[in-house]
Design a protein around this ligand. Structure first.
Ligand code: XMP
Length: 507
């Protein structure tokens, strides 16, 4: 495997994914670990990521100099390269000006990292500091107009460095550069495939569970669906997936999930708790209170259902790798560990052993596994859906009547987006029911009914988002259909706010 030391770059996870796409396993570590804390026997090489800091800043993240003495190949990218230079006695120039965007790279040495590549190609730069003097024993292997040392190497120390980002798609031949590092320089074998992963997971799960039972909370989202399908493949009916219908799901959602898993031969323990959730939400308008009530009700329902299976010793969860990576905080040297509770925070007192088969996978790898396990496209490619469901899209108090209106409107939004071939281009698209009524006219009659807001956003990770510039024709179809087909709505508006400052959800 390749170990990546994370110096805080927004691209760190992308580096790991690129290496995995090459068929080589990679993991991300915080730079303050000592080398002996890492699985050195498995690590064939290191990549030092970029990062937002300057090596001259007092809070700049460092790593143990022992990493440079291990004799294993290292590739420093951007900040990673500057840090190596500084640690080995080179001179890094502090610059206020940022070089950002495309640059033309001229290769000076084709012998290893740039083997088989053209002499000139485009690369993507994003740095302020740059290397003025290389450490002793290093030589420049590529340059650009602004950076005479756009790449360097020291064969004797087995260290390479790139001022630009090979992991982003804007860098031509980035994949080949990484492949040269991973295969020719580090001598890794191509042995990471999702097919192998499934086989190995199945073996591990069988060994862990033996003849006991396992439960999981199936929501119909990608992660819990893949966990369910994977565990079912491993232990068959010893897995009891519990599906809680909280009455806050989209139109026909419970039915679709039931049918999908029936087709795969998975028996689901269905619980219709919609009345209970609605009752708990009665009179509540505050969004955070709604979330809290829904989370707590879910736990109680899940506990009660789980207690019907006294032989269930294991709880399977769809925790993913980005949720467990220990990352350096961009704002300081301290370590932050993100915690994640997939099932809305199941309490500690739950006396289950955890099974988290996806904890080393990225989302796109999870999707690939879902595909290989025979899950339909509609599950694998679906947009994220919040745990509190439509309760945070009915603004104000949640009632059955309002939920039904929203469900119909939401179904039309999704249908039209899919019909226009836009579904996969969007991060999310949905309807929101507003707590106001407005005047309209239908035929000869005056109406006084609800407003639906349509939200559609583009995003990479949900942290920032742009409102989608949907074609007017699509918006027109959505609006016409909602007003004509959904009883109780006489006006549709489109949300043209981006995140930040607006959030994706309205509550
Ligand atoms: P916001 O509204 O914060 O949403 O811009 C970012 C992403 O998170 C989802 N979201 C939630 N997911 N429980 C969830 O499981 C929640 O309470 C929740 N609130 C927001 C939202 O759909 C978007 O994808």
């Amino acid at each position: 495997m390749i170990a990546i030391l994370d110096f805080g770059s927004q691209y760190t996870q992308l580096i790991a994914r690129r290496v995995r796409e090459l068929g080589v396993y990679s993991e991300i570590y915080p730079p303050f670990k000592e080398p002996e804390e890492l699985p050195l026997d498995k690590i064939k090489g290191f990549i030092f990521s970029g990062g937002p800091s300057s090596v001259h800043s007092p809070n700049a993240p460092f790593c143990s100099p022992k990493f440079l003495e291990l004799g294993k190949p290292i590739l420093g990218i951007c900040y990673g390269m500057q840090l190596i230079s500084k640690m080995l006695g080179g001179k890094v120039e502090k610059s206020q000006k940022r070089e950002y965007g495309y640059a033309k790279l001229e290769v000076l040495d084709h012998s290893d990292l740039f083997k088989g590549l053209p002499s000139r190609f485009q690369v993507w730069m994003s740095h302020s500091d740059r290397i003025l003097e290389m450490p002793e024993g290093f030589k420049a292997i590529a340059r650009t107009q602004n950076s005479p040392i756009a790449a360097f190497k020291c064969e004797q120390k087995k260290i390479w460095g790139l001022q630009f980002h090979p992991e982003v798609v804007h860098t031509a031949h980035g994949k080949e550069i990484l492949a040269n590092f991973v295969f020719s320089i580090c001598q890794c074998e191509k042995n990471w495939s999702m097919e192998d992963f499934i086989e190995k997971s199945i073996r591990d799960i069988r060994e862990q569970v033996k003849d006991a039972q396992a439960i999981c909370a199936l929501s119909g989202g990608v992660d819990s669906s893949v966990v369910t399908a994977l565990l079912h493949k491993a232990i068959g009916d010893q897995l009891i997936p519990i599906f809680v219908d909280n009455g806050l799901l989209r139109k026909n959602e419970a039915q679709k999930v039931r049918e999908t898993f029936q087709r795969l031969g998975v028996k689901i323990h269905f619980v219709d708790a919609s009345e209970r959730f609605l009752k708990a939400l009665r009179g509540i308008t505050d969004p955070e209170k709604k979330r809290k009530i829904i989370g707590e009700t879910f736990i109680r329902v899940f506990e009660e259902e789980a207690s019907q299976f006294p032989n269930a010793r294991f709880l399977a969860q769809g925790t993913l790798y980005p949720d467990v990576i220990e990352s350096v905080s961009v704002w300081g040297p301290s370590a932050t560990i993100k915690s994640h509770h997939n099932v809305g925070g199941l309490p500690e007192k739950f006396d289950f052993e955890l099974i988290e088969p996806l904890r080393f996978l990225f989302k796109d790898e999870v999707r690939k596994i879902g595909e290989l396990l025979g899950l339909p496209e509609y599950i694998i490619k679906r947009h994220p859906f919040p745990g509190p469901g439509l309760a945070i899209r009915v603004i104000g108090e949640v009632t059955k009547e309002k939920l039904d209106i929203l469900r119909e409107a939401d179904a039309i939004v999704l249908e039209e987006i899919k019909k226009a071939g836009l579904y996969e281009k969007l991060w999310q698209a949905f309807a929101v029911l507003l707590p106001v009524k407005t005047v309209g006219v239908m035929g000869d009659e005056r109406t006084y009914e609800h407003v639906i807001a349509v939200r559609a956003v583009e995003s990479v990770d949900g942290m920032t988002a742009d409102w989608a510039k949907l074609p007017h024709e699509v918006l027109q179809n959505i609006s016409n259909r909602i007003i004509n087909e959904v009883k109780g709505v006489n006006r549709v508006v489109y949300d043209i706010s981006s995140k930040p400052p607006s959030t994706i959800e309205w509550e």
